[in-house]
Design a protein around this ligand. Sequence first.
Ligand SMILES: NC(=O)c1ccc[n+]([C@@H]2O[C@H](COP(=O)([O-])OP(=O)(O)OC[C@H]3O[C@@H](n4cnc5c(N)ncnc54)[C@H](OP(=O)(O)O)[C@@H]3O)[C@@H](O)[C@H]2O)c1
Length: 297
Amino acid sequence: MKVLVVGASGQFGGILLSKLRESGFGVVACSSSVLDITSLDSVMSFSEKCPELIINAAAYTAVDAAESEPQQAYCVNETGVSNLIQLASLLECPLINISTDYVFDGSLGRPYVETDITTPLGVYGASKRAGELLLEESKGRFLNIRTSWLFSETDHNFMSAMLRLAAKKSEFGVVFDQVGCPTFAGDLADAIVKICNAYIRGRQMEWGTFHYSGDEEVSWYGFAHEIFEKAVQMSVLESRPKLQKLSTDQYPTVARRPQYSVLNCSKIQDVYGVRLSNWKNAITEILSAKPKFNGNR
Ligand SMILES: NC(=O)c1ccc[n+]([C@@H]2O[C@H](COP(=O)([O-])OP(=O)(O)OC[C@H]3O[C@@H](n4cnc5c(N)ncnc54)[C@H](OP(=O)(O)O)[C@@H]3O)[C@@H](O)[C@H]2O)c1
């Protein structure tokens, strides 16, 4: 089966690409320089490649910058999804879209289920929700998979940022009153490959929105603490930096973030039998590939 992966140069797209290839899928993979999802012409030109499944890993993901450039955010996260829906419709193939916990405002006080009301706090979340609404209205065969706090071995995520900071500073603060579930991008990719395999084997599919994230909730502070504990145990860092607990008020950001955006992932486990992301194991896996401390901190 031939799969078109859009946004293949991103944190998640790159990992998904490798996992699909390892599993024997034929993959057409594109970065934004080859396939710009904001251009209908660019998207439609890919009909010639005849993909049988489209996965959208592309997005405008700059949460704070989105507040001052909403047009760019909506252009990618809404118009881009609209264009991919049109391609999927032409090819009569399913579309898998990745979305976010930031479609919720984080005030519910319990893990969010797929049918809970969405009330994004910022432009990024609102633009992602706008894309989701187009999928829902399309009545096509789509999977909209909301995930949270993605991290990986790549450079642009919370874990890499924490390790870079710890290499420079021995003491700093991390926010303790925002709670979510970290998700290892490799685990999300495995889950999607499993779903793709179910599809090609002709299994009865359930379309719609699903949640997929890590298996344990934690604050950003707790996540950082876990990273540093493991990094010291595994000699990636010489010593653990002294962490201070910061409240959201003490660490203001341009865009507001949800305080409790834990996703209830029972539906995707029940329907597709996927395992949730064991983010603590993933920290160990990522650290094991890092160079060990050599005394030059
Ligand atoms: N990162 C998180 O913590 C997080 C949390 C929850 C949900 N998500 C969702 O997970 C998905 C993957 O996120 P990620 O962390 O992998 O994001 P990322 O690293 O920022 O990658 C986004 C990708 O989208 C591409 N892109 C941007 N504009 C495009 C356009 N006009 N046409 C085609 N491609 C375009 C980028 O390509 P260029 O680099 O070439 O522009 C990049 O490859 C997104 O849907 C995001 O909303 C992420």
